[in-house]
Ligand binder design. Structure first.
Ligand code: SAM
Length: 200
């Protein structure tokens, strides 16, 4: 056991349903850039189960030790070393990519980070590339579930700049960079997986 590995029980629970979706949405992708990789558990799981992909994890420096520890443990040939990246940074020195994925990031970061995410996507994605977001969202046609209301309150008390984002506002930010939401998949525990595409 490598001590630097952080462990998120939520990752353990949601990785399989997310993988199920990624199998479809990343079937013809090659390079995937993950933003906000966190512990690194998703990166190793998805890279292991989707060996046709080259998986590029990234995050802010406090997560690097854990991501690298999980990576060392698994020694996957298609999992790249972690890239130091904050959404407010300039574009990272990456080759163009086929998909950008961010799980549970946009309700944690200030909402301006979502504008940055789509701006980076516009610059970094190959034609036909996708932005995949996973997490809780406020839907226009229904009240936020009780569990998400509590989660949202907790987030805002901890950091007033964080909070569960209204889907319509996320769509508007995507549209400002040329992306449209092409798919919304309801996921366990009142989460959603969203796929955004930019019309060719
Ligand atoms: C709740 S964790 C989610 C980690 C992982 N993706 C998961 O689903 O378990 C939120 C992540 O968002 C990242 N994050 C927050 N603000 C960010 C920013 N401005 N730029 C890049 N990543 C950010 C954090 O560093 C952290 O890894």
């Amino acid at each position: 056991m490598n001590d630097a590995r952080q462990y998120s029980p939520a990752c353990e629970r949601n990785r399989e349903p997310i993988l199920h979706e990624l199998r479809d949405h990343l079937a013809s992708a090659q390079h995937v850039w993950e933003v906000g990789s966190g512990t690194g558990q998703h990166a190793v799981y998805f890279a292991a189960h989707l060996p046709h992909l080259i998986w590029q994890p990234s995050d802010r420096s406090q997560y690097h030790a854990s991501i690298e520890a999980w990576r060392a443990e698994t020694a996957l040939p298609n999992l790249r070393p972690v890239l130091a990246f904050d959404l407010f940074d300039e574009a990272p020195p990456l080759e163009r990519t086929d998909a950008i994925i961010a799980c549970n990031v946009i309700h944690i970061a200030p909402f301006e980070a979502t504008d940055r995410l789509f701006a980076h996507a516009r610059a970094a994605l190959n034609p036909g590339g996708k932005v995949i977001l996973y997490g809780p969202f406020v839907h226009p046609d229904r009240a936020l579930e009780e569990s998400n209301q509590r989660f949202d309150q907790m987030l805002r008390q901890r950091d007033p700049q964080s909070g569960i984002r209204p889907l319509a506002e996320v769509d508007a930010k995507a549209r400002a960079c040329g992306f449209e939401r092409a798919l919304t998949r309801r996921m366990p525990a009142n989460n959603d997986l969203l796929v955004f595409e930019r019309p060719l």
